[in-house]
Design a binder for this molecule. Sequence first.
Ligand code: COA
Length: 366
Amino acid sequence: MSYAHITGWGMAVPERVLSNADLERMVDTTAAWILERTGIHERRIARDGQTPSILGAEAAWKALKVAGLKPTDLDLIVCATSTPEHLFPATACLIQDRLGATKAGAFDLLAACTGFIYGLNMAAQAIRSGSIRSALVVGTETLSRFVNWQDRNTCILFGDGAGAFVLQAGDEPGGVLSAVLHSDGSGGGLLSLPAGGSRHPATDATVSAGMHFIHMDGKEVFRFATRVMAQATRESLAAAGLELGDIHWIVPHQANMRIIDAAARSLKLPLDRFIVNIEKYGNTSTASIPMAVCEAFEQGLLKAGNRIVLVGFGAGLTWGALTAEWTGPVGGRRVQPWAYRVFARVRSAFRRLSRHIEGILWGGKG
Ligand code: COA
């Protein structure tokens, strides 16, 4: 049987920083209130044209470099995102094109902030079944495009960014050990982006009613989150045959420091066993867990052989946890991303041109 090892990781964030002090000048809030009630100090905001596929591909290049894998080696790309570039085509396909991942299947997965855990588990299952050898899982967001900057309940929470993992098949035991995934659609109204889908297509009325912004019942989401974080962690550990004492790090979805605090108390674990970077980025939805993992690795906290639990919750409602043994790079080839970037651009331009010429020759175009 194959095991699904996490062999590469990378993250990308926009350069522009929006601090609590900046928000103070935009809505009726204070920097101190935001920090005290959420743990967030600042967040990143994408510039015009800096889309989820651009951020996602940036994170993916770094993950491929760590793994020593060429984009053309990838069998599958799963993009978990709450802010896809379009309803279709999938953001995963845009990333596939940016990478020139010529043999990869690609699809988007919508499980809101739990999406990265869902995607990682789906990709790991595909590897363990033997049907594929390698996969890229990306969580990428530009939530700032859907935030109502006049709504102090939501605009203080969210930020933009991307994180990516490479998964590879291996014979050595380890990698993704277990996962539990849950949902409860009866709570769908607690956190939603009401319009823009087929139920409420975009009209002047939906735009003026603010239905293309994130709507949230913060208190209810808070209550739900504090209930499920510890529960999902325990379930995932039990499924892996492990106990809390066997785990080096818990990597929670970075939504609110008080939710992470509550999970720690419920699990009777000290906070220093949790990887936290919410103060720098706020809630980046699907990107928050892989971004926290990347920084933990860079800071030397997370090391090969460590066992971790990734745990999250989000709109849907969805929640889940995944237990893994951190493998680290398996000594792949030295990959020169710039060469593959050039290849991907040339390939994409050539594919467009040849499709156009075929259209003229055989499709009656021109
Ligand atoms: N600045 C200043 N005051 C604010 C404020 C802000 N940005 N937002 C709310 N308030 C006020 C409220 O109006 C309320 O005032 P009142 O007592 O006079 O009515 C008071 O602060 C307390 O509001 P409350 O909603 O109880 O605050 P809270 O402590 O629950 O914090 C959230 C609000 C949104 C930060 C918190 O509920 C939360 O994080 N919920 C979970 C959200 C989440 O994780 N979403 C993503 C899921 S993936």
